[in-house]
Design a protein around this ligand. Sequence first.
Ligand SMILES: NC(=O)c1ccc[n+]([C@@H]2O[C@H](COP(=O)([O-])OP(=O)(O)OC[C@H]3O[C@@H](n4cnc5c(N)ncnc54)[C@H](OP(=O)(O)O)[C@@H]3O)[C@@H](O)[C@H]2O)c1
Length: 336
Amino acid sequence: MRAWQISDSFSIDGLSCNEIPSQPPRPGEATIRVRAVSLNFRDLLVAKGLYSKKIPLPLTVCSDCAGEVAAVGEGATRFQPGDRVCVSFIPGWIDGEIDEAKARTALGAFAQGVLREELNIAESALVAFPEHLSWEEAATLPCAGVTAWNALVASGGLCANDWVLTQGSGGVSIFALQFAKALGARVIATSSSPAKLARLSELGADETIDYRATPDWEEAARKLTGGRGVDHVIEIGGAATFNKSVRAVRMGGRVSLIGNRAEGTAEPNLTAVLMKNVCVQGIFLGSRAMFESMNASVAASGIRPAVDRVFDFADAPAAFRAFETGGHFGKVCIRV
Ligand SMILES: NC(=O)c1ccc[n+]([C@@H]2O[C@H](COP(=O)([O-])OP(=O)(O)OC[C@H]3O[C@@H](n4cnc5c(N)ncnc54)[C@H](OP(=O)(O)O)[C@@H]3O)[C@@H](O)[C@H]2O)c1
């Protein structure tokens, strides 16, 4: 079987398609015939050596896939050959709270990844996905989907009519927009691109703000909520945007700290956080249980993830380069 690996040097040019042995599933495992993989910003950081230089090589890259169960090992009973499944990003996190041992099982960094033709994995890591989704659409769920679901719903307690502010048009923010709308909330979507803002409106955003053309987007967001502030912020910019998010959020509102994409740094305004009683929650993915409850909502609402481009398996490095340029709307996928 073939797998895309970083073998000896961290860089996109260092990706090579290697032949690795196929093995039967061990007891408690399933063999997945991988059909599609989606890229995350973390995959780019891992490939370029910016995530950690301590990752043991060779490393099969990427964390998010969908595929078909090809075989199950002794004692594995949750799925049968032919079932369509995703693999949970953190296979060791089934339910409850995260801890360090569970976090270490996250795929595609310190644990081997999924950009390969076949994958043997504990069957407890598998999640059935909604029938209306294609392989590529399903492959977008494990990281971006579950992260948005955790931020807004599992840990966020989203209510109908809440105002949610999303930053940018990457995978997490678009899922957050879709979940918020499906659950009756209102969305202010931001982006640096007028064309992407138009697409965010088509997906249901109630209001949009161009964060480049309107550098005081936090004030614009407050105005749109009648001066009260939004209930939730999906924080993608990180250090450079955090204080604006704290300004945009209402007293007692919530900022979900998910990414650190914006260039630049700023001292966090701790006084504003405490005086406004803001809940700042760090979000690291989510559990299999969160994945399953998200899937029930995706099935009920008919949400279709935003897939921007699909590359062939042989062109995986081109997919990484396209992702790196940042022009995408939603997810970049690889068909296996
Ligand atoms: N904590 C977790 O568990 C977790 C899970 C998934 C992802 N993440 C992180 O979340 C971030 C986003 O990931 P992703 O996969 O959704 O998308 P992505 O494709 O990496 O997101 C790129 C988008 O972010 C937006 N962006 C960049 N700088 C921004 C800024 N200053 N203000 C607002 N938006 C900005 C841009 O949107 P426009 O082009 O529309 O301007 C850009 O297209 C990454 O840092 C990623 O590592 C964290």
